[in-house]
Write a protein that binds this ligand. Structure first.
Ligand code: FUC
Length: 812
């Protein structure tokens, strides 16, 4: 856990901005029925989203015979495919819902070892087993309710109905498990936590620890050696009625009426620049004992008790989740989730699953990234492994940015604050990496002022380390990052943030770029050395000058700096210099096959690198960038051609990138086609998605893709339903966010809008594009017409007042 002292759960940057806004939503919350069988899911005005199964998740344990070459991790198929994830940004919990031996696998993002990559990686924190012993059961149902972020289990055994609830609370930073039965004295079980992988012999992964029970609490405490991480986990057992007996490392409860388990976790990790600067054994304060931190959390949670903990959890979580509702021409399905998925895989493309996946993405983002926690990593907040795939790192050549592509548009800007804090902490080291780069490659441009060479961030990073120059990805990785930093401003309009965080970040990146650009004989400025992420040619990473990925991101960053400077009223010689550089970047070239060239020296498509490579980095100027847009139809056409040539046979996250690109091209059918392929081929019954292996970026990237199909705002105006496929011909969304901090709701029939309302959260002028809009009307919330300016037949602009809602009427 980080920033312990500064935690203000209800007053995040974005929350402060949106306080006092009332937006009418068509989602409300109902409690899930705890009975087996289909739940009352309500109608379109109060849709309930659930993942559910009529059987517990299997648990065969991990298979140590499966070790992917070079990665060295065993595979736990049951964990990855069937368990349901809960999370509060800090604690991650995978719940199996078993009735014989329940398994709750716990993660926390700062538990890390050295790992095979030598870069450290999140590792399984603890296993919590409940020996229940109910072998013969009927009427079983386990469900993960996305409206409440509560997992439930219900079944009958020996004529007694048993129910459980599980949630991870952000406001109180504990996991809560509540067990009850419909007959007094029916609950008997043993609580048996374990520290996993204590036996590791790999020198980077060794750890020590003990599990000790005392009274009603079991404490797991120890040290992960590589970074000298001291950890503590407390499990408190609070039965109502019955008896409690304490063993050495277990607690037995007999004949209780109900039982609450509380779990709290902490380590001596404290985010700050020292984490990144210091050598492994000196990153953490060895004198910081997590025991009092965990005990404090536990004491507060105990005082609050189950009911208040639940109420506080619901108030916090619903406040985020309920901000956005969608209905994509769908009826709620009552099929168990694995059957819904199987039907979909067989070609019955129920849009309900497409909608459910969108809301699940929002659920997973809230669960894995909150204010004052570390950002969502490659696996979000969840790992059962000793060595996580790709170290559960923050991979900066697309993966970590993709995690946040949809955060702002789905009104979850707060979740990105975790990354902002992480960025501020690593930036000082990133500045020294930029200085190293310039000293080595452009010594004539070296500045000796602090921060004078800007900053860079390479591909590999995690909670403990970042990297400088990458061997296989050009310096565009840095502006891949600033793009999201600028998005946070564009969507929230938070000027303090722009002044203090985004502008210095963008300016630093442009400073670095202006040193890394080489002047060619014909007067162009090209990044050198330059590499389109992970493209190999003739067996080696392909290093060049001015590839589209790097040039495009220099262009985006320079433009964003200038826009930010304008908003802040700044002007100076350096801004003048980068303004002059922009026309000399020449980022987009069309090749002999009608494609956007990935490399300047390429002529026909596929001459360099794998023609079906997962990375489509040369299309970053289309998405998440803005350079390829409707004003350049030729580039749009070439981008479409490039996607056709590259194909959709690729990894999970790479499909999500293609989907977002198709949305930007207004190719709704093709966007849906790749989304369908992604759901059919890369989605597991617990709706986690895989590369393979499991990575959260696919889930979150596709969630962004759905939002991008429904609403766009990157071109300086709001465009509703820009990429609507036929299958979603009737539908609505409520509460998506557009740049300028506008909250948008839309309704359509036969793919034509018949309702559009916009709430202005910052009082900026509003531009909207939709067919024939100039002849429509803008009505404010009091029913008065608001004069608009027609900027074209389809484009209007009108002034807004902060907090007001405007309804747009069309001539149809
Ligand atoms: C990037 C991708 C890989 C993988 C890894 C974690 O390097 O190219 O496909 O997702 O990150």
């Amino acid at each position: 856990m980080i920033h312990k002292q500064t935690r203000l759960p209800f007053l995040s940057r974005a929350a402060v901005l949106s306080i006092s806004l009332s937006v009418i939503m068509f989602t409300s919350c109902k409690h899930t029925s705890e009975k087996a069988g289909p739940t009352d899911r309500g109608d379109e005005t109060n849709r309930i989203y659930e993942l559910w199964e009529p059987a517990p998740a299997p648990n065969r344990g991990h298979d140590f015979s499966i070790k992917k070459p070079g990665r060295g991790y065993p595979y736990d198929e049951d964990w990855e495919r069937w368990s349901y994830p809960l999370g509060n940004g800090n604690i991650g919990a995978n719940v199996f819902g078993r009735t014989d031996i329940e398994r709750i696998q716990l993660s926390e993002k700062t538990f890390a070892n050295g790992s095979v990559y030598g870069r450290g990686g999140m590792t399984n924190a603890a296993e919590l087993y409940l020996d229940i012993g109910h072998e013969r059961i009927t009427d079983y149902r386990r469900a993960l309710n996305l409206n409440d972020a509560i997992k439930t289990v219900a079944y009958e055994s020996n004529g007694i109905r048993y129910s459980r609830e599980y949630f991870t609370s952000y406001p109180d930073d504990v996991m809560v498990v509540r067990l009850s039965a419909d007959r007094p004295g029916a609950l008997s079980l043993t609580v048996r936590p374990e520290i996993p992988y204590l036996e590791s012999k790999h020198e980077d992964d060794t750890k020590s620890g003990t599990v000790k029970a005392d009274g009603n609490t079991i404490t797991l405490a120890g040290t992960l050696d590589y970074y000298q991480i001291h950890f503590e986990i407390q499990v408190k057992v609070l039965p109502e009625g019955g008896t409690l007996s304490t063993g050495e490392s277990t607690i037995r409860v007999d004949q209780a009426d109900a039982l609450t388990l509380l779990v709290a976790v902490d380590t001596n990790y404290e985010l700050g620049p020292h984490i990144f600067f210091n050598p492994p054994k000196e990153k953490l304060d060895p004198t910081l004992d997590p025991h009092p931190l965990v005990s404090r959390k536990m004491a507060r949670a105990t005082r609050l008790g189950y009911k208040k903990l639940k109420a506080r959890h619901l108030a916090d979580y619903r406040g985020l989740f309920n901000r956005v509702a969608v209905k994509l021409n769908s009826e709620v399905s009552d099929l168990p989730t694995h059957e819904l998925l199987e039907q979909y895989q067989k070609g019955r493309h129920d849009p309900y699953l497409e909608e459910l996946m969108f809301q699940y993405g929002r659920y997973l983002l809230i669960a894995s990234s909150r204010e004052t926690t570390l950002p969502a990593n490659l696996q979000g907040a969840w790992t059962q492994y000793e060595v996580s795939p790709w170290c559960a790192g923050y991979w900066h050549n697309i993966n970590v940015q993709m995690n946040y592509w949809g955060a702002m548009s789905t009104d979850l800007a707060e979740t990105f604050e975790a990354y902002i804090d992480y960025f501020e902490a690593y930036k000082p080291l990133a500045e020294t990496y930029a200085t190293d780069f310039v000293r080595e490659l452009k010594p004539e441009a070296l500045s000796d002022e602090p921060g004078g060479n800007g900053w860079i961030v390479g591909t590999a990073a995690n909670a403990y380390q970042i990297s400088g120059r990458s061997t296989h990805s050009g310096p565009g990785t840095g502006a891949f990052t600033t793009q999201v930093l600028m998005d946070y401003y564009d969507f929230t309009q938070d000027e303090d943030y722009l002044r203090e965080t985004a502008y210095p970040a963008l300016l630093g990146m442009s400073k670095f770029f202006s040193k890394a650009l080489n002047e060619t004989d014909d007067g162009l400025l090209l990044i050198s050395p330059s590499a389109s992420p992970e493209i190999k040619h003739e067996g080696k990473y392909y290093i060049t000058e001015g590839c589209t990925f790097d040039q495009g991101f220099v262009w985006e960053n320079h433009q964003n700096v200038l826009r930010a400077a304008e908003a802040l009223g700044k002007e100076d010689a350096f801004l003048e210099k980068i303004r002059a550089q922009i026309p000399r970047l020449d980022p987009i070239l069309i090749g002999g096959s009608g494609q956007i060239k990935e490399f300047r020296e390429e002529n026909l498509y596929g001459e360099i690198g794998d023609p079906h490579h997962r990375h489509i980095s040369h299309l970053c100027p289309l998405y998440p960038g803005t350079l390829i847009n409707d004003e350049n139809p030729e580039w749009m056409q070439a981008a479409s051609k490039t996607l056709d040539l590259r194909g959709n046979d690729t990894t999970g996250w790479a499909m999500a990138h293609r989907m977002n690109c198709r949305a930007r091209l207004h190719e709704g059918e093709k966007a849906l086609k790749v989304y369908r392929k992604f759901i059919s081929e890369k989605t597991m019954p617990n709706l986690w998605t895989i590369h393979p292996p499991f990575q959260i970026d696919g889930n979150l990237g596709a969630m962004a893709g759905v939002a991008e199909m429904l609403l766009q705002s990157h071109a300086g105006y709001i465009e509703p339903i820009p990429a609507l496929p036929e299958a979603w011909e009737d539908g609505r969304f409520d509460g998506l966010v557009a740049r300028g901090n506008f909250k948008v709701s839309a309704k359509w029939e036969n793919r034509k809008l018949n309702g559009l309302s916009i709430t202005s959260r910052s009082g900026k002028d509003c531009r909207v594009k939709y067919t024939g809009l100039a002849e429509g009307r803008v009505i404010d919330q009091k029913g008065r017409a608001v004069a608009h300016i027609a900027l074209g037949a389809d484009l209007i602009s009108f002034p807004t007042t902060k907090g007001s809602t405007y309804h747009l009427q069309f001539n149809r």
